[in-house]
Design a protein around this ligand. Structure first.
Ligand code: CA
Length: 232
């Protein structure tokens, strides 16, 4: 969604004033429109009033936490969320919960990295109407243009990151992709996030596809299954 001003609007949810001020100043400088919230309940209210294009969401907030904010907002509107955690293992826990954030950042993060992530998530949330391609692997079918998927004939919801990860592997057609290549292709950067991010998202995708589509190639990376497509 692009607002009438032509600028993307970002809601910054952060209860530490120093961090919030720094993020808002940087985003203003980058040309984004911004709004802010300092607690869980306020974040939900402002998100649904202002309908931002993206939410930067601190996990640990007064009132209720970022998980609950994500749940309540996404129950109404599918707004992309970058979740900010205090520790890397919190990110693993959140990906494991499948709570639907589009990306994760661990404090302390650089403003340069934050802006890079924002650009990737915003670019990804724009639909690709001319892309009518359908990809299939095993019992998985992916409609690239609509960004929807079915597994074993049933609709399955992937987060935007999971969808792009799966797409990259299926497009590689059984070829092995190294973790750093996946990081570069799916996340748009290769040096800051590390392989834990890839592994966490692979675990989540596997859970949703009965561990059928992605295989581990030990010491190298991941590949999509070469199992024949079952006619539906
Ligand atoms: Ca906090």
């Amino acid at each position: 969604m692009t607002h009438s001003s032509g600028r993307s609007k970002v809601l910054v949810v952060e209860d530490e004033p120093d961090i919030s001020d720094a993020v808002v100043a940087r985003l203003d400088g980058e040309g984004y429109e911004t709004c802010t919230a300092v607690s869980g309940p306020e974040a939900v209210r402002i998100a649904l009033d202002e309908l931002p294009d993206l939410i930067i969401l601190d996990l640990n907030l007064p009132g209720f936490d970022g998980i609950e904010v994500c749940r309540q907002v996404h129950a109404v509107r599918r707004i992309p969320i970058i979740m900010v955690t205090a520790r890397a293992d919190e990110t693993d826990m959140l990906v494991g919960l499948g709570m639907g954030a589009d990306d994760y950042l661990t404090k302390p993060f650089s403003m340069r990295e934050l802006v890079a992530r924002i650009k990737v998530v915003l670019r990804r949330s724009v639909p690709e109407p001319n892309d009518a391609e359908v990809l299939a692997a095993g019992r998985l079918s992916m409609d690239i243009g609509r960004r929807t998927a079915t597994f074993a004939g049933q609709p399955v919801h992937f987060t935007p990151t999971e969808f792009d990860l799966l797409r990259a592997l299926v497009e590689a057609n059984g070829a092995v992709m190294r973790r750093d290549a996946l990081l570069h292709k799916v996340w748009g950067y290769g040096d800051t996030a590390g392989s834990r991010t890839v592994d966490s998202h692979v675990r989540s995708v596997r859970r949703k596809t009965e561990d059928e589509i992605i295989r581990t190639v030990h010491g190298i990376g991941y590949a999509a299954t070469e199992a024949p497509t079952v006619p539906s």
